[in-house]
Design a binder for this molecule. Structure first.
Ligand code: GDP
Ligand code: MG
Length: 178
């Protein structure tokens, strides 16, 4: 699924899933542009952004990141959106139990319709709002473990763990042995 352009350079399709408002677009903009804009209504839209990550072993991973234009608000996203994706990042907001319920729904959808070897990450975003936390680390960790997912809490606002998220994903991509 991840396309190997050569043994040192990978190119992967990554999709973001999760309730509207959990911070998916902000995570992308933080990772790709190093910015956080709390005022603008981010519309990364139907297009995708890409960002290349250089790893310590001198390999590079080019993430082709698909963000929704808000379709997640209205109905189930077309499986077309995540078809062929090597990586799915399922995001919830640590202050919103509803968004955690929705994240589990997306995981089930992916398990039904996505490629069986897709790499899935569970991301609890808005970790800077820990005073209003309503999803515990333990619950999320347990759920992720049960479903073979990698789990991390992030803040697009403070940039906490945003790079780590993508680095951990990169580490989990299958490689051809040189
Ligand atoms: P999306 O609908 O999942 O793409 O969510 P957005 O990226 O548009 O973000 C929704 C709202 O949450 C915006 O008002 C953002 O400013 C805010 N937001 C996103 N990430 C964070 C974060 O890490 N911390 C805080 N405090 N707010 C965030
Ligand atoms: Mg968005």
């Amino acid at each position: 699924n991840s396309m190997v352009t050569d043994s040192k350079n990978l190119r992967v399709k990554l999709v973001l899933l999760g309730d509207s408002g959990v911070g998916k677009s902000c995570i992308v903009l933080r990772f790709v542009r190093g910015q956080f804009d709390p005022t603008s209504k981010v519309t990364v839209g139907a297009s995708f952004l890409s960002q290349t990550l250089a790893l310590q072993d001198s390999t590079t991973v080019k993430f082709e990141i698909w963000d929704t234009a808000g379709q997640e608000r209205y109905a189930a996203l077309a499986p077309l959106y995540y078809r062929g994706a090597a990586v799915a990042v399922v995001v919830y907001d640590i202050t919103s139990p509803e968004s955690f319920v929705k994240a589990k729904y997306w995981v089930k959808e992916l398990q039904k319709h996505a490629s069986p070897d897709i790499i899935m990450a569970l991301v609890g975003n808005k970790a800077d709002l820990h005073e209003n936390r309503s999803v515990s680390v333990q619950d999320a960790q347990d759920y992720a473990e049960k479903n073979g997912m990698f789990f991390i809490e992030t803040s697009a606002k403070t940039a906490n763990n945003i790079n780590q998220l993508f680095e951990e994903i990169a580490k989990r991509l299958p490689r051809t042995t040189p």
